[in-house]
Ligand binder design. Structure first.
Ligand code: ZN
Length: 277
């Protein structure tokens, strides 16, 4: 786990074990707010130790930005914290999350002690403001990567935790292409100093517009390419020919995992377009 201090009172933790997934901590005079919790207990325990033992910062709130295990699985390590999410995240943790964990435990002994924790405070729509120790933290429902996604905006620092709506390649296979376009446009309209992506490096002020425009153009490109295949009546097999670089993104990040994510995007769009015909 790599720890990075991106503001006086904001830390970002990036996994070394699982696809550079990130978590973050916002420190206040009244304790810490943890944004996501990483996949492997070993790494989440290192975060807990750093905050609670080294900084003497009790974790008051844990925000689950969405239900995916790599973002929510460490929540059980903070039993004293209030857990906050979108309503749908709570439902999906209870169903898909529980089933996924049971499956994952069969192959990974290090997950034996992990339990699903259902959030106790949920947001359905609009913005929830959390005021703690002089910080104002806004939770905004921004579906796209997944239907339950909340972004976390620290207004004092103009820092946005975008979760998986921002990562080295946009991902829509568990979410919605159109929702992601909409959410990215919403992010573009915010005045920001930095964005913490759900996976990969922090995006700094000067890079933000470029990154988001590149994501929007990728989403446009895959939509155009898949539309052509569907309109020509070609099979899903021909999606193979649409490589990630022809759609404007590098194949290198996340040790090449981005290419698999890209093909999953294409299959999702292809299935959706065929269903709608
Ligand atoms: Zn995710």
């Amino acid at each position: 786990m790599v720890r990075e201090r991106i503001a006086d009172d904001i830390y970002v933790f990036t996994s070394r074990l699982y696809a550079q997934v990130t978590a973050g901590a916002i420190l206040t005079k009244e304790g810490a707010v943890l944004v996501d919790t990483l996949y492997f207990p070993e790494e989440t325990k290192a975060i807990k130790q750093f905050l609670e033992e080294r900084l003497k910062m009790p974790v008051r709130y844990v925000i689950n930005t969405h239900y995916h295990a790599d973002h929510s699985q460490g929540t059980y390590l903070f039993p004293q914290a209030q857990v906050v999410s979108h309503t749908l995240c709570r439902e999906l943790l209870h169903t898909v999350g529980r089933a996924g964990l049971a499956q994952a435990k069969q192959d990974a002994t290090e997950l034996a002690e992990v339990e699903i924790v259902l959030p106790d405070l949920v947001l359905d729509e609009g913005v929830l403001q959390l005021h703690l120790g002089g910080k104002t933290i806004e939770l905004r429902h921004m579906p796209g990567h997944s239907p339950d996604l909340l972004s976390v905006y620290v207004t004092n620092n103009q820092v946005l935790f975008a979760s998986d709506n921002l990562m080295p390649v946009p991902t829509i296979f568990d979410g919605s292409h159109d929702d992601l376009v909409h959410s990215l446009e919403e992010i573009l309209a915010l005045e920001l100093e930095a964005i913490v992506q759900g996976h990969g490096e922090v995006v700094l002020r000067g890079e933000i517009a470029g990154v988001i425009h590149s994501d929007l153009s990728y989403l446009q490109n895959i939509h155009t390419a898949v539309t052509r295949i569907v309109n020509n009546g070609n099979s899903a097999e021909s999606l193979k020919k649409i490589d990630i670089e022809s759609c404007g993104k590098s194949r290198v990040p996340l040790n090449g995992l981005v290419s698999d994510l890209h093909y999953a995007n294409l299959h999702k769009l292809y299935a959706e377009m065929n269903d709608n015909r």
